[in-house]
Unconditional design. Structure first.
Length: 296
């Protein structure tokens, strides 16, 4: 059985996440009462037991403003309790802040596990799907100036956008050939109509021409709120066809997908969805690409 690297998971402490406190705010993944609690490394390890997962990369979880350094320090400490499973992390930095370079340097000093930055840029006409205040934050000169500083650390940038933002994303990625970008959730296909899929595929085909862009096959249950092998295959297989297995990685998005799936069921669905690929290509998607991309 091919070993798996989970390139996108979260652990958290409820007390440190503003979005888990107070009244439940509408979220893209629906009601989330079951995960409004601590999700520590021990529970994550329990969830993945027996699934063939041998390594993972943590992705930031939006701690309160100015809490990003504390998050890095906490995750670094949790990694020491992970029996070698937690091998890297994507941290947060506000790249629209004048002091972003100082924060990047502090995060690099705080942990050798940091491999990149995620600042969520996704904007949608549907307020429920919206995270960024407007769709074009990536065009801001200060954002681009600070983004360039990721090269000082050899870090990647995790890009989270919708289909409507792909043209701007293409220009951004072209401007920074020295930075690897990772498109989260395979471009967040929320409109599965014929027209919606066509627009997504057209955008993905343009992005596939950019050699410094990788794809994370994660969060594919976000809009349907279930684990569905056919749905996974309908997104993952054309994506792998466009980008190649050497630029695609698996991510669980746990515990978000724990709202509707056991970890073992999610892994089984991905294995089934990728079954038509050659074994070398499956190995790339499930582990080898992630090892290279995140330097594990």
């Amino acid at each position: 059985m091919i070993p798996i690297i989970d390139a996108h998971h979260h652990i958290w402490r409820q007390d440190d996440l503003a979005w888990l406190k107070g009244p439940m705010q509408p979220r893209i993944f629906g009601p989330y009462e079951p995960i409004r609690r601590d999700y520590p490394i021990a529970e994550y390890l329990s969830d993945l037991a027996g699934t063939g997962v041998v390594g993972s990369v943590y992705c930031q979880t939006n701690w309160p403003p100015k809490g990003e350094l504390t998050e890095v320090e906490w995750v670094d400490a949790e990694a020491k309790k992970s029996n070698g499973v937690l091998q890297g992390m994507t941290a947060y930095c506000n790249l629209l802040s004048e002091d972003a370079p100082e924060m990047l340097a502090a995060e690099a000093k705080a942990s050798k596990l940091v491999r990149g930055i995620r600042m969520q840029l996704h904007w949608h006409e549907n307020p429920l799907y919206r995270f960024a205040p407007r769709p074009d934050l990536m065009k801001e000169p200060l954002f681009r100036k600070n983004l360039a500083r990721l090269q000082d650390h050899g870090w990647l940038f995790e890009l989270q956008v919708f289909t409507s933002q792909m043209k701007d994303s293409e220009a951004l990625i072209k401007e920074f050939p020295g930075i690897n970008f990772v498109l989260l959730h395979a471009g967040m296909l929320e409109d599965t109509s014929t027209a919606g899929r066509a627009a997504w595929r057209e955008g993905m085909q343009r992005l596939a021409q950019l050699p410094n862009l990788y794809i994370k096959l994660s969060g594919l249950g976000t809009f349907i709120h279930r684990v569905d092998q056919a749905h996974i295959a309908a997104i993952a297989l054309p994506t792998i066809e466009m980008f190649g297995a050497g630029r695609c990685v698996f991510g669980s998005n746990f515990p978000i997908e724990k709202l509707w799936s056991r970890y073992a069921d999610l892994v089984q669905a991905y294995r089934g969805a990728l079954a038509s690929l050659s074994e070398p290509d499956r190995a790339q998607v499930l582990s080898q690409t992630a090892r290279r991309l995140y330097r594990l």
